[in-house]
Design a protein around this ligand. Structure first.
Ligand SMILES: Cc1ncc(COP(=O)(O)O)c(C=O)c1O
Length: 400
């Protein structure tokens, strides 16, 4: 072994990656030939619509598309983003100054935090939350403060409390609704309060809008940019990963405040040469072409949600009552008594070993997630029915 050892403070500041334990167990179960139904990671299984794939392939065969692209996105992609806002939210976005392409919401968000936040800058983010909302702040050297998030607490009041107790004053707030993992949704009045709060305290807001289009039962999530004055304080990230099943291609966009878009444009111009051109072309087709695929994806996620929630709620032994989420591709479930005392990590391990179903333990999303698990709706309804049978059998007999 080499005598040289290297230590990296930033990596040491990252919280332990608890999802890794369940992932390792799932790998070894599968390596042993066991049939595990994987509802752990939010990795969409629905293939990208053929008309988008065809266009990407066609574009990949053209030599000039093999050159470096532009990191802020080709004009038609930014135009597609602007049309998306007009069509879905009645918001006008200038494709030149208020929109940028990103290599998925996760990349864009992380680089935005990296360029705007430095050591000592305070950032507010909910707990529980999608992990990158916290990790991005740690990588940037910022000072992360958690704000509790649950349907029982008034998030804006919690923000007021956090603001009053925090010094130096926070610079940035990171939110995301519909939320992963909690599936919590909000209305426009909520967004208005966020914008008002941010304007009053001179705070920047990132809204991660990854589930903008994955919504059910007549609910439609608001964009923060629908709020008057939001463009003074906010930037919003939209992803094609779920709505258009393009997760592996890595494409999305951000829109909002010009200075904030400009900051992201600057850092990206130094760090990347842009999404490969054929994928940008795929993104243009996704945004500007027919949208039936989005409707079909939503219908499929709804069927899966219903299969899981209704299957577990059937009266009888092993019943598990969970509220149906109005959005996202997840189901967020409080662990039933008496097994709650196991904690979400141990419960998830037992569910994997005994029911052959992989889920994400709530603790992996922050302390506020303890006592819950998250199901990702990334297997078909047939497999979800199978998962329901396994889970109910497990719940019938399991002891803490
Ligand atoms: C809240 C949230 N933001 C961002 C992402 C990642 O999106 P993208 O694939 O566009 O990077 C996810 C994926 O699970 C997510 O749940």
């Amino acid at each position: 072994m080499s005598e040289f050892r290297h230590d990296f403070d930033k990596l040491k500041r990252l919280p332990p990656y608890v999802l890794a334990e369940v992932t390792a167990l799932r790998h070894s179960a599968r390596a042993n030939g066991e049939d595990v139904i994987d509802l752990g990671m939010g990795n969409p299984d629905i293939p990208t619509p053929p008309h988008i794939v065809d266009k990407i392939c066609e574009s990949a065969r053209i030599g000039r598309n093999h050159r470096y692209s532009t990191s802020r996105g080709v004009p038609n992609l930014r135009l597609g983003a602007s049309e998306w806002y007009e069509r879905n939210h009645g918001v006008t976005i200038d494709p030149e100054t208020e929109a940028i392409a990103v290599i998925g919401a996760k990349e864009g968000l992380s680089h935005f935090v990296l360029v705007t936040i430095g050591p000592g800058d305070v950032v507010l983010a909910p707990d529980p939350a999608y992990p990158i909302h916290q990790y991005s702040v740690i990588f940037a050297g910022g000072d992360l403060r958690h704000v509790p998030l649950s349907p029982e607490t008034d998030f804006i009041e919690s923000l007021e409390t956090a603001m009053a107790r925090t010094w130096p004053k926070p610079k940035l707030l990171i939110i995301s609704f519909p939320a992963n993992p909690t599936t919590q949704v909000v209305d426009l009045a909520f967004m208005q309060r966020v914008v008002e709060f941010a304007r009053e305290h001179h705070l920047m807001v990132i809204h991660d809008f990854a589930y903008a289009e994955i919504c059910f039962d007549g609910y439609k999530p608001p964009s923060i940019l629908e709020v008057e004055g939001a463009k003074d304080v906010a930037i919003e990230f939209v992803s094609l990963s779920k709505s258009h099943s393009m997760a592996g291609w890595r494409i999305g966009f951000a829109a909002g405040n010009r200075d904030m878009i400009h900051a992201l444009t600057r850092i990206k111009s130094y760090l990347d040469y842009g999404i490969p051109t054929p994928i940008q072309v795929g993104g243009i087709v996704a945004l500007r072409g027919p949208q039936d695929c989005v409707t079909e994806n939503v219908a499929e996620y709804k069927l899966r949600r219903d299969a899981l929630v209704e299957g577990l709620a059937q009266p009888g032994e092993g019943q598990w009552k969970i509220e149906k989420p109005l959005a996202t591709m997840f189901v967020w479930a409080q662990i039933p008594e008496p097994l709650r005392e196991l904690g979400s990590l141990e419960f998830s391990k037992r569910l994997l070993q005994e029911a052959k179903v992989a889920v994400a333990p709530g603790i992996g999303f922050g302390e506020g997630g303890e006592g819950y698990v998250r199901f990702a709706l990334v297997e078909n309804t047939h497999r979800i029915h199978q998962a329901v049978r396994g889970i109910r059998k497990f719940l019938r007999s399991a002891q803490p």
